[in-house]
Design a protein around this ligand. Structure first.
Ligand SMILES: NC(=O)c1ccc[n+]([C@@H]2O[C@H](COP(=O)([O-])OP(=O)(O)OC[C@H]3O[C@@H](n4cnc5c(N)ncnc54)[C@H](OP(=O)(O)O)[C@@H]3O)[C@@H](O)[C@H]2O)c1
Length: 230
């Protein structure tokens, strides 16, 4: 049986990835904070996979990440999906120290701690998927905290990728453009949902990359609506 850990699986892109990767030989370890939403996801996939485990932890603080690591336990993972993320969108002069720290915590420190803990025990052929963003490559007005975090994770994961070639672990970076999820509901402004891709589109790309033979690295995946960026 293969063990797959997906952070931020309670909704949006993480949920779609969980639904895409559910399989008879897979134990899904699904993380979130919203117990009701996560229970719904677990119910949706449980008949299609060997086992589902619910992990409820706040990744904004290192103690929450450590608790998640403890709950995952010692058995190795075949897949780690660093998906949980937050988007604070406002002029850079208005970003508070707490918002900055939370962004660093969820979007950078949590993936760092999870990769550092789990990668050394992953068997050859395993994969790490980092859900980055087009904001990992381009700056946008008012997206300073978010872009900072995605650029940082991008740099870190490029280095980890090189270190993990010898143990034959793939590091797959995914760069979605605007995707129609709840993340947009708390961002001020009118966002044209019809110009966004769906969470399922991102999940299909992840599923395809994971399904490649172990010696094939589909390492960088940019995915957007054909109409272009918002
Ligand atoms: N939507 C887009 O346009 C887009 C584009 C490019 C990249 N991305 C990236 O895709 C990833 C998923 O985003 P999404 O659009 O699916 O967002 P979403 O619908 O808002 O889901 C975010 C997920 O992250 C979890 N999360 C947030 N803060 C957390 C915290 N402090 N501790 C633990 N978990 C936390 C949420 O858990 P709970 O809800 O249970 O708290 C939820 O499962 C993020 O990394 C985001 O940056 C999104």
């Amino acid at each position: 049986m293969k063990r797959y850990l997906i952070t931020g699986a309670s909704r949006g892109i993480g949920r779609a990835i969980a639904e895409n990767l559910a399989g008879a030989d897979v134990e899904l370890l699904l993380h979130g904070r919203d117990t009701v939403a996560l229970a719904e996801v677990c119910a949706a996939v449980k008949d299609r996979c060997a086992h589902v485990i619910r992990l409820i932890h706040d990744l904004a603080v290192p103690s929450g990440v450590s608790d998640l690591i403890d709950q995952v336990g010692k058995n190795p993972l075949e897949l780690l999906v660093n998906n949980a993320g937050i988007a604070i969108v406002k002029p850079f002069c208005e970003i508070t120290p707490i918002e900055w720290e939370q962004t660093v915590g969820v979007n950078i420190t949590a993936p760092f701690m999870l990769m550092q803990r789990f990668a050394p025990h992953m068997p050859p052929g395993s994969s790490i998927v980092n859900i980055l963003s087009i904001a990992a490559k381009t700056g946008f007005a008012n997206w300073g905290a978010y872009c900072m975090s995605k650029f940082a994770l991008e740099g870190f994961s490029q280095c980890v990728r090189e270190e993990l070639r010898d143990p034959k672990i793939r590091v797959i970076n995914v760069y979605p453009a605007a995707t129609d999820t709840d993340i947009w509901t708390q961002i001020e402004g009118k966002w044209p949902r019809h110009k966004m891709i769906s969470p399922g589109d991102v999940a299909n790309a992840v599923g395809y990359a994971i399904s490649q033979p172990a010696n094939v690295a589909l390492e960088n995946i940019s995915i957007s609506n054909l109409t272009g960026n918002l």
